[in-house]
Design a protein. Structure first.
Length: 193
């Protein structure tokens, strides 16, 4: 055991609370930015959907290109052909999403459904952890997780017609609730004893 490690559960709890209180302004800023971006996506859902699709397309294209370069750079490493295939698929997916973003929104909508389900469950677990250890405002996190799960259901029920606007709108709603949860947690951390 090193000298820096807390000796008991109470010491650990105090260290975590202290760290959160010390950085509450960063949580507050993150919450405000999330709320502003969420509001913009809700007001302009079609544009937000296209922006989201294009962003994902560029991420796939760039990651595929980097993967291709590193694959050829380390061509003697095991798994060369699998790595090459992965890089080519990433590049192809990026090109398709960038070139035809509207048709890519249905596939991304399915991915978003999975994301909201996983995010919702993770946020619920985060809320329960906060309830047990840290914050009196854990209900905000709980509400955010429940909203994520509801959003997953809404997206799925509206397919395929809702794919053109749902991504932008639902990501905006998610960001709005996530931002408000971050603000609530920041303000609770600031005023914690």
């Amino acid at each position: 055991m090193t000298m820096n490690q807390p000796q008991s559960g109470n010491d650990m709890r105090r260290a975590v609370v202290s760290a959160i209180r010390e950085h509450w302004v960063l949580f507050l800023i993150e919450g405000i930015v999330l709320m502003l971006l969420g509001a913009a996506a809700i007001v302009l859902p079609v544009i937000a959907t296209l922006a989201f699709t294009l962003l994902i397309g560029w991420l796939f294209l760039l990651s595929g290109a980097v993967g291709l370069v590193t694959t050829f750079w380390m061509r003697n490493a095991p798994g060369f052909w699998w790595s090459l295939l992965s890089a080519v698929v990433g590049i192809a997916a990026g090109i398709v999403l960038i070139r035809w973003p509207i048709s890519g929104t249905v596939s991304l909508t399915l991915v978003l459904i999975a994301f909201f389900i996983v995010e919702g469950i993770a946020t619920l677990m985060f809320a329960f952890e906060h309830r047990a250890r840290l914050s009196g405002r854990w209900g905000w996190m709980l509400a955010s997780g429940i909203v994520d799960l509801i959003l997953a259901g809404i997206i799925f029920a509206g397919l395929p017609e809702s794919a053109t606007w749902a991504l932008g709108l639902l990501v905006g709603i998610n960001m709005l609730f996530g931002g408000s949860a971050m603000i609530a947690m920041a303000l609770a951390a600031r005023s914690a004893a």
